[in-house]
Design a protein around this ligand. Structure first.
Ligand code: ZN
Length: 255
């Protein structure tokens, strides 16, 4: 089952496309070359063979498949690279057996939480009275329905554990939601939602994975009393120094 899914992802991947998301490639005959991202060099010795769907660096000796490239450049494990690339080519991975530990990494779990939270926030935007006000606010600011969908904007209800309850209902632990940057731990050990009564802007990585959120208040009254804009803190997924808001979408619109 797992092997089938790996093959399925592999068959749909284009290694040139994957690597070119990270470094600039130059075509040379049937192959591509670039300055190696894994060692310092001035003359390109990093090669990609589209026919073999492999890469190799003659400088540092590193090489392999698109999976290996993602593992190296993102510093993640195989299961994470698989997940990233599956998402990229639109293959929905079936739940892995719990005993397949390499697919059950912390990173994967956090990605799942971010995905579910995004869906939760999206659903709230426009569905409750406050959610409708949030949506009207966005539309009033000239943000179109299409943009709202495209950027996956959402609304976090003004409750203390709306999202927490939703995620716990899906089998996640409070501590995991906290690790994903979506819950705050109280001194007494309890947890509450970080984002309450805010318009939610997901932050994406280069592979369209949601890795964090920004939340903005939109009513005048609120803006005076609390922080206008808050962000997910740094997490395993969300490294602020590395992240660009909407980077993947920008890349889409260029190509
Ligand atoms: Zn190299």
């Amino acid at each position: 089952m797992v092997n089938n899914q790996i093959e399925d992802v592999k068959s749909r991947l284009d290694i040139v496309e994957v690597v070119s998301g990270y470094i600039k490639l130059h075509k040379t005959g049937a192959n591509y070359r670039a300055n190696c991202p894994f060692h310092a060099e001035k003359t390109p010795s990093f090669f990609i063979s589209p026919t073999r769907q492999m890469w190799h660096c003659f400088g540092c000796g590193k090489g392999g498949s698109a999976f290996d490239f993602i593992m190296q450049i993102e510093g993640v494990e195989f299961g994470d690279a698989l997940r990233t690339l599956a998402q990229r080519v639109g293959v929905e991975l079936k739940a892995f057996k719990p005993e397949m530990k390499e697919f059950n990494t912390e990173r994967t779990k956090l990605c799942e939480i971010e995905d579910l939270a995004t869906q939760f926030f999206e659903k709230q935007l426009g569905s409750s009275k406050a959610g409708k006000e949030a949506k009207d606010y966005l539309l009033g600011r000239g943000i179109s329905e299409e943009s709202i969908k495209y950027w996956r904007l959402g609304y976090s209800p003004d409750t203390w554990q709306g999202l927490l309850d939703f995620l716990i209902g899906r089998g996640y632990k409070k501590a995991e939601v906290e690790k994903a940057g979506l819950a705050i731990k109280k001194p007494d050990g309890g947890h509450y939602d970080r984002f309450r009564g805010r318009i939610i802007f997901p932050v994406f990585d280069i592979n369209s994975q949601v890795i964090g959120f920004g939340g903005r208040v939109f009513s005048q009254k609120d803006a005076k009393e609390i922080a206008k804009y808050i962000n997910t803190p740094a997490t395993v997924l969300y490294d602020k120094s590395k992240t660009l808001y909407g980077l993947d979408r920008r890349a889409d619109s260029v190509s």
